[in-house]
Design a protein. Structure first.
Length: 69
C-alpha cells in the first residue's frame, strides 16, 4: 500500500473513531442528573486504619502507642 492509500485508510479509521466518540458523548448527554452517579472521591470517605484496634484511636496513637500529650 502506498503512502496516499495508507493515509486514506488512516483517515477512514479516524473518521470511524470520531463517530464512535460523538455517539458515546451523545449517549452520556442524554443521562439525566438523577441517573448520573458521581465517581467516589476517596478523600471524602472515612476509612478506618487497619493498624488501629480501637476505632477511636488517633493516627498518633497508632504510630506512637505510648505517646502522652
Amino acid at each position: 500500500m502506498g503512502v496516499i492509500e495508507q493515509q486514506e485508510h488512516d483517515i477512514r479509521e479516524l473518521g470511524g473513531a470520531i463517530a464512535k466518540l460523538k455517539s458515546t458523548l451523545a449517549e452520556r448527554e442524554n443521562i439525566s442528573k438523577d441517573e448520573f452517579v458521581s465517581p467516589m472521591n476517596l478523600n471524602e470517605v472515612d476509612v478506618p486504619s487497619e493498624a488501629a484496634e480501637d476505632r477511636n484511636a488517633t493516627n498518633r496513637e497508632c504510630i506512637f502507642p505510648a505517646y502522652e500529650e
